[in-house]
Design a protein around this ligand. Sequence first.
Ligand code: GLN
Length: 485
Amino acid sequence: MPHRQSLSALNRMLATGGISSTEITTHFLDRIEQNQQLNAFVSVDREQTLAQAQQADHSRRNERNSNLKGLPVALKDIFCTQDLLTSCGSRILSNFVSPYDATVVERLDKDGFIVLGKTNMDEFAMGSSNESSYFGPVLNPWNTARVPGGSSGGSAAAVSARLAPAAIGTDTGGSIRQPAAFCGLTGLKPSYGRISRYGMVAYASSLDQAGPITQSAEDAALLLQTMAGFDSRDSTSLDTAVPDYLSALNTGLENVRLGIPKEFLDPSIDAEVLSAIETALEEFEKLGAKLVDIELPNSSAGIAAYYVIAPAEASSNLSKFDGVRYGHRTAEFSDLLDMYEKSRAEGFGDEVKRRILIGTYALSAGYYDAYYLKAQKVRRIIANDFSQAFKQCDLIAGPTTPSTAFPLGENLDDPVSMYLNDVFTVPVNLAGLPAISLPVGFDQSGLPIGLQLIGPYLKEANILSAAHSYQKVTDWHQRIPGDYE
Ligand code: GLN
């Protein structure tokens, strides 16, 4: 059964001719059709996707082109695609088809990956529960009364229920790692600048980064290899060589110093999460890692700084959605201003409007210094804390989230408690660092728990190899929710 295989295993099976891309792709398309209750996908085009799989099989037979993998993946609906809708989870883009493909999409295509469909997400990637989507909430395959996390909730639910062998998400403040943690998956947020943002609908441009949501670190390395690299169309894309992530996977953990920030093991976080993290850290120690106590004294200010900076950038990025050039335009209006106002009022949901209001306020004359500039200073202090910490350790470890997946609806009326979910993930984006979440256990109600490993800038290979070492001796990452085995 292809859905019980990892992306890497499917890749090997394809290479030896044990299975065809058409067989794999058909199997996953069938599973997507049979599991629509999860609401993980916004658009799927079966015929077109199957045609691509047949083309991949054809090329593999005739051209012996090893690049043409024919591996299907799911794509968050934030990446522009010429062939499928790009809604970004919003009514305002609910009819938008992009005239070009995002660089990530081009790169996947070049290496022979096939897009199974576009996945549901929080509107404009704003959220931690996937409840702000215009297309309705996504359900967590481990327990459908729980959220899958957000904003890449559709991508995570799809991989968790094995509707796709892997998926692509984006992470501005935790949106790859938090849903990966809630759904029992491996989610990698690469360093800022490692992957091109061209054609990725912008939320907060100084924080946004694409990355893989997969079953394992090995699968994440496979996808990162394809996605990473310089792109002249993104001015923040980094022009440095991309290491060989796959061959670095087996570096091992011998003498790797794992820094444990005392701020991340706060007793206020869920006791079951804490105990799973402690058990996992013991496992890392057995594998040769050395645990060192470190401090990230200002990390608790991360949430406050992030929820000024991200909305500020969002308020500017989202001003282009005005009913003139893209997407939804109101049916009746008296003049241009009325058209703008009504189109935006109808097109954006409540959370997006809240962020635009906060961001516009924080950037306005008189408040700019007090809020935006202050938040930028805090950002620098948090980044400095990480630089200091990395003098004492090679990687930093702690929980990805303070709790396991919470019930649908629980935080909807309380944005601040929703925002607090990001307490361990947000500082990493503020500092532009790479980090991964990997599954390390379950709570008593059977919900997955994630451990976060943070690395110095551009050290994705070290993070991946540490996670891979752990996954070689544990099987948390291979668990599949009961209804989807
Ligand atoms: N939950 C955070 C927010 O709502 C992070 C979102 C993200 O990473 N895209 O901003």
